[in-house]
Structures are given as C-alpha cells and as structure tokens.
Design a protein around this ligand. Structure first.
Ligand code: PMP
Ligand code: GLN
Length: 387
C-alpha cells in the first residue's frame, strides 16, 4: 500500500533492466553509465583495500571524505559546511533520502514533493507514515506554477523535497521557483531537502544549490552522490550536508539503516572529489553531446522531444507515433513492448506519478542518454524503424 502504484513491488528499474537483459535490448531505461569513471579513481579503491581500509568506517564517514565534501561545497558554491558536524556520508543518495525522511516525517505530517518524483521518495514517505502531497511539473518545460506550489503547502508541511536537476524530466528549477520554495518553507516552518545528485551534469548554466539562497541554509539538507558525478553508480557513495542539528538527526537514523558505508569506496571518492575543473566540465560537455545525439534520433523517429537542462534523461512524447496511436499513446504499454519490437528499453514517466499525474504524463517515455556514442547511434537507428 506504499508505492506510487499502490504497492511496494519490484522497482521499475529492476523490471525494465530485467526485460532489457532478457531480450538483449539496448538499455536506455535505468540511469547508469555504460562506461566507468576515471581509472585513477578506481586504482584508489585497490590501494585502499590493500592498505587495510576493510573494516567498518566511522558512522559519519571517513574524515578524508567528509573533508573533501566540505571542500567541494566551498569550491563550487562558496558554502561553508563543517566536516565534523555538518556532513554525513551515506550509502548512496538513496540512504540519505531514506534517513532524512524517516528522521523528520511521521504520521500526521505532510511531505511535499514535485511530481513526477523519483521513485524512492514515494516509497519512503509511505514508510514514514506521512502524507505525500505533490506539486505538478508539466511538459513541455516542467517548471512549477508558483501559485499551485503555494497551495500545496499547509501548516502540516514538515518537509519540502525537491530534486534539482530533476529526474525524470531533466528540468532545472528557475531561481524564482527556488526563491518561492525558500519563502514558503520559511512561512510554514518546513525543512527543505534538496536532492542534487545531478549537480555536475547541467547543460546550460552551472548548478545553483538551493542552500545558497538567502535564508535557506539554516533549514536545508542537501543530498548528493558520487555515482553520477564520477560514473560509479555501483559504489553507492552518497552524502548529506546541512546544519549540525539536522545532520545529527539524519545520522541517528542512518546508524540503524546501515551503520556505516563501504570504507575503500569512500577513500577513492575522497581523492576523486579533488579532480580539476576540466574534469568536471568534461563530464557535462560529453553528456551534452550525448543528449543532443539522442534528441535528434528521437525527433527523426517522430517523437516530440522535451530537451533536458540537466541529468541523464530525455522525456519524449510518443503521441505523434503511428504505433502509439493504436495504443492510445500509452507509454507504459509501449515501454513493455519496445525491447521485443525494436531492441530498445525505456521507462514510462507515469511510474514516477500518482494516478492523476500519471494520466497527464501517460504519453511520455524517459530515455537515458548516459551511454556510449555507438549505443546511442544504434538506438537512434532502431527507433527510426518505428515510423
Ligand atoms: N536521487 C535521484 C534523483 C536519482 O536519480 C538517483 C539515482 N539515479 C538517486 C537519488 C539515487 O542515488 P544513489 O545511487 O547514489 O543512491
Ligand atoms: N536513479 C536511476 C534512474 O533513475 C536508477 C537507480 C535505481 O535503479 N534505483 O534510472
């Protein structure tokens, strides 16, 4: 009774990846890169293992990584976070999200997210017992309407949880929207939780953390992950930063979820965060090219493309396709047929929605473009056969 579609079953990522593997389809469903991050960061894992980093790490994370996260926040955003009290290393951003929601929300509270929303938000809000309230982000630009946002807040709003850049839409919140979120969170005394796992994957402008806005830092927990920045999604190194009292509450919950997180991976990411500016610019540039390649392929195949400003994903509308019209533009149905039909897997946006928004987004498919150029070219060719 807990997930977006009414139960905590198998996640959509698991379902579509299993289908892609069974059919041998190109997997543009689950968001993981098909090329690893830098070799020298990988070498650091081996060095850490050989150097004895094989027992439990401190619960809050190894000091080198907390220092590196603190320096990263200062270097990119001029945000000061104390590595001792204001940084918590977690097992992926997923654990930071879970621990934060469980720390602050319970029955009688409301947690406000934008919709579509990343699947773990719905599941964890359900597990916390709080009520999940949403504010819609609609195609084509997936920006929030500020009056609708205001109406979604209430005296019960405990947390407002945003994801910027946004999965699945690829939208980047406007400065105006971020300001409104801070204003409303302050008015209703809600905490802000900002999932910024795609912070280094922006295509038009550098990322702006909500915590940098006036009045925000004191009530904001910022979450990120090394998975996306360094293309090591399987290492599951994430973190939360924010005021000491808030991080202490998240840490209290984390103790009982995992106690601590993988020691050698932390050491490698601590080193990796010190990469030079060219590295950080390079990942965004390379991903922008991949975005454009797939966007062109999708347009040529007849989809309406909503070009993302950040992240791993393109949302494409299937409505103009002749194949889709026979199925009433039901992207959920198409997603389950495409692997067999043309050997390409994608994820329907409706799975990131409650029923009403699922209906509004029913013709959208999410395609991951964090894949090799040749894979994207082949996917575009196969999609072209749909016409
Ligand atoms: N938040 C968002 C918006 C994501 O897209 C993802 C995964 N792709 C996560 C959190 C989870 O991150 P991690 O793999 O570090 O747990
Ligand atoms: N976040 C990735 C996505 O949106 C998948 C992560 C997962 O499989 N849980 O595709």
């Amino acid at each position: 009774l807990l997930s977006t579609n009414g139960r905590l079953g198998v996640t959509i990522f698991e379902e579509i990846t299993t289908l892609a593997t069974r059919t041998g389809a190109l997997n543009l469903g689950q968001g993981f890169p098909d090329e690893d991050g830098p070799q020298e960061i990988k070498d650091r894992v081996k060095a850490a293992v050989d150097g004895g980093a094989n027992q439990y790490a401190p619960g809050r994370g190894i000091p080198e990584l907390r220092e590196a996260i603190s320096s990263h926040q200062k270097r990119f955003y001029s945000l000061a976070v104390d590595p001792e009290q204001e940084v918590l290393v977690t097992t992926g951003a997923t654990e930071a999200i879970a621990a934060t929601i469980l720390a602050f929300a319970s029955a009688g509270d409301e947690v406000l997210t934008f919709e579509p929303f990343y699947d773990s938000y719905g599941a964890m809000i359900g597990l916390s017992g709080a009520r999940h309230v949403t504010a819609p982000l609609n195609a084509p630009d997936f920006q929030v309407d500020l009056e609708t946002l205001e109406a979604a807040f209430s005296s019960r709003t405990r947390l407002v949880l945003l994801n910027n850049p946004h999965n699945p839409s690829g939208a980047v919140f406007s400065l105006e929207a971020l300001q409104k979120i801070v204003e409303l969170a302050t008015k209703y005394d809600a905490l802000i939780v900002s999932d910024e796992v795609y912070e280094h994957l922006t295509f038009d402008a550098p990322h702006r953390p909500i915590a940098t806005l006036p009045g925000a830092a004191e009530r904001t927990i910022t979450i990120s992950s090394a998975g996306k920045t360094f293309s090591f999604t399987g290492w599951k190194v994430g973190w939360a930063t924010g005021p000491a009292t808030l991080i202490a509450a998240v840490r209290t919950v984390k103790q009982f979820l995992t106690y601590s997180s993988g020691t050698p991976f932390q050491a490698a990411i601590a080193w990796g965060l010190g990469q030079n500016d060219e590295f950080y610019q390079g990942i965004a540039d390379s991903l922008r090219q991949k975005r454009d390649l797939l966007a062109n392929g999708l347009r040529e195949a007849g989809f309406t493309v909503h070009l993302p400003q950040g992240g791993y994903f393109i949302n494409a509308d299937v409505a103009p396709l002749s194949l889709a019209s026979a199925q009433e533009a039901d992207a959920a149905l198409l997603a389950r047929q495409l692997p067999e039909l043309i050997g390409v897997a994608a994820i329907p946006v409706s799975v990131f929605c409650h029923p009403e928004a699922a209906q509004r987004n029913r013709s959208l498919l999410r395609f991951a473009f964090c894949k090799k150029t040749e894979v994207l070219e082949e996917a575009a060719r196969r999609l072209g056969t749909l016409k």
